[in-house]
Design a protein around this ligand. Structure first.
Ligand SMILES: Nc1ncnc2c1ncn2[C@@H]1O[C@H](COP(=O)(O)OP(=O)(O)OP(=O)(O)O)[C@@H](O)[C@H]1O
Ligand SMILES: [Mg+2]
Length: 587
């Protein structure tokens, strides 16, 4: 399955695509219906009131100013003041409602994107860069918030103003109205043909912002190598390159986004020109009044000003759609590791059974081909083989970090895919090659994902650790269980991290324990200690030990040699040794 977010989804073209995006958007704001309705009514009333102004102005000029009725003029001023006050209140309501909707949308979107990330399999994280994902969670969602809290209100009120002003123009004088509105037809054609281009430019900016973020993230995560190799210049150059690209793309998007505004201004000016010349001609002919012409001119501004505003909002809308596409692409992904019904035909009595298993990474790297082997309960197995031979991959398949491309893997006679992640994790403990800890304390890291011991006090936990014979391992930490751990920092040595990862797995009392180079960075005294702990595990515990150092696997019941897409039982320790030597000799 393709999880690379930078490979676009199959795209629907043109208007259907806009409608499809909008439909998905409406789904996520569905719960805000009441607030949206209130905001919408406020916008509608506000626009209606603003539209009343010019009409009242024209009426007052024709009936009161020309007859010098000052009382009438004062009444008009009073009504206008009342209108402004109500408009002020309505404005406040719409800003408050839409601002709230925007913020809640941002909050919900960030949550759902993050929750989605928790659901997705390892393949997804292998194919996407953390920085780009952060950019989607932070930047893209904020584009939607900005649109909802600012642009959408303006957009709707501009639209209502424009339609209202258009109706007034046509009803005051139909021929003059039609002539004034005629430039909009041209605008419609220009806008429709430019929109896809504007959207493409905006898509490109968001994508390049993602690249920039990924580059910064990578540089920060690997700063030690950068400093150690004194390659700041290299990092600077790489960052400079993506930054320049982002700059160029943003400039291009800026041009695209501002393209419509001047065209709309030009159309507005033409509209005014038509009104003036035709209107004065009609007055001379006695078919139009001065008051009506003044109302008319005001409505022309009321028509073209919002239209001009809509032109820049339209570009913003295209940016929002592009951001939404990036988010909805992520939200639409599904894990390729679903729980399936167990197919009953598996008859193996082994704890783990590989039946003709092949595995290929999405990058087309085939690591295993038609591999079959069994792991029995309570036995100790060693996986050996050259670097890059496929040991970690095989272990990952046993703990279902990936699914086999072909063949079946069963756990206690049932397809491994039929277990829930929780059942699987309680049976299988996997100490990864690079121990990953989270910011917090040693205690939190040992208890990570451990439901049974989560509520224990430190004293009780220490008793549990003593029962599991791993309490002594805590001695190496200054503050015992309360020692601070920083995920990105170096407060602990690699060996110390491995010890925490080891304790984390042992405490969960798994039925199968996989140690992937788990003692590679630990001193020989502690290593002996770990060996004793491993030997004292319940007799029924199955152990898989992956190690380069051959002394660590001497006591294995069976040794598997993993290389060239095969997993072969090596028989004795000496046989495994000679297989390794042969391999080294060949390469
Ligand atoms: N996420 C991945 N995507 C694509 N290819 C991968 C991925 N992980 C590993 N590989 C490839 O699969 C092969 C087996 O890798 P694996 O990590 O299983 O080897 P290993 O035997 O554990 O090596 P080592 O002894 O160095 O830990 C390697 O050639 C590696 O390049
Ligand atoms: Mg490995």
């Amino acid at each position: 399955m393709n999880y690379n977010l930078n490979i676009p989804e199959k795209k629907i073209k043109g208007r259907r695509r806009v409608i499809a995006s909008l439909r998905k958007l409406i789904d996520i704001i569905g719960t805000e219906q009441r607030k949206l309705t209130i905001a919408f009514v406020a916008i509608l009333l506000n626009a209606g009131l603003s539209l009343l102004g010019p009409y009242l102005l024209g009426y007052t000029i024709d009936t009161h100013v020309q007859t010098k009725n000052y009382q009438g003029v004062l009444t008009f001023a009073g009504i206008l003041l009342a209108i402004y006050l109500v408009a002020y209140i309505l404005n406040y309501i719409q800003i408050r409602m839409m601002g709230g909707i925007g913020q809640r949308l941002l909050y919900r979107l960030r949550n759902s994107v993050f929750e989605k990330l928790q659901e997705l399999p390892l393949d997804f994280f292998n194919q996407n860069k953390a920085g780009d994902l952060i950019s989607r969670i932070n930047n893209d969602t904020d584009k939607l918030n900005q649109f909802f809290s600012q642009s959408l209100t303006q957009f709707i009120s501009s639209l209502i103003m424009m339609v209202g002003a258009g109706i007034f123009l046509l009803s005051i004088n139909l021929p003059l109205g039609l002539a004034t509105l005629s430039p909009t037809l041209l605008l419609l054609i220009i806008t429709t043909s430019l929109s896809p281009w504007i959207r493409r430019k905006n898509e490109a900016t968001l994508k390049s912002l993602g690249h920039l973020s990924a580059e910064i993230q990578e540089g920060l995560a690997n700063f030690k190598v950068i400093v150690a190799f004194n390659r700041r210049d290299y990092f600077r150059k790489r960052l400079g390159k993506v930054n320049t690209e982002n700059y160029k793309i943003s400039i291009r998007a800026g041009i695209a986004n501002s393209m419509l505004s001047p065209i709309y201004t030009f159309a507005a000016n033409i509209g005014q020109l038509i009104v003036l010349s035709l209107g004065i001609w009609l007055i001379v002919q006695g078919r139009f009044t001065v008051g009506l012409l003044i109302s008319f001119i005001a409505y022309v501004s009321n028509f073209y000003n919002p239209l001009r505003q809509m032109a820049s909002l339209w570009a913003n809308f295209q940016l929002t759609l592009a951001a939404w596409d990036r988010i909805s692409h992520l939200l639409s992904l599904k894990s390729n590791l679903p729980i399936v019904e167990s197919i009953e035909s598996i008859t193996s009595s082994s704890f783990i059974h590989f039946d003709n298993v092949s595995f290929t990474y999405p990058s087309d790297k085939e690591v295993l081909k038609n591999v079959s082997f069994d792991l029995q309960k309570g036995k100790t197995y060693a996986f050996v083989g050259p670097t890059g031979g496929g040991k970690t991959t095989t272990a990952s398949l046993i703990s279902r970090l990936y699914d086999a491309t072909k063949g079946t893997i069963s756990l206690e006679g049932k397809d491994i895919r039929s277990y829930t992640p929780c059942e699987r994790a309680s049976k299988i403990g996997f100490i990864l090659q690079d121990p990953i800890l989270f910011t917090g304390t040693v205690r939190e890291n040992i208890l990570y994902g451990n439901i049974d011991c989560g509520a224990l006090t430190n004293k009780q936990l220490e008793r549990e650790l003593a029962d599991a014979q791993i309490l002594d391992l805590l001695k190496g930490f200054d503050n015992g269980l309360d020692t601070n751990v920083e995920m990105s920092g170096d407060s602990l040595s690699l060996g110390q991290k491995q010890i925490i990862a080891f304790m984390r797995s042992i405490l969960r009392k798994p039925e199968l324990l996989i140690l992937d180079e788990a003692t590679a960075n630990i001193d020989t005294v502690t290593e002996k200690q770990l060996e004793i702990i491993l030997n004292n595990l319940p007799k029924s515990t199955t152990k898989v030990i992956i190690a380069h150092r051959l002394n660590t696997i001497e006591n294995a019941d069976e040794i598997f040699f993993v290389n060239s897409r095969k997993v072969i039982a090596a028989g004795s320790f000496d046989e495994a040794l000679s297989m390794l030597m042969e391999e080294k000799g060949e390469s």
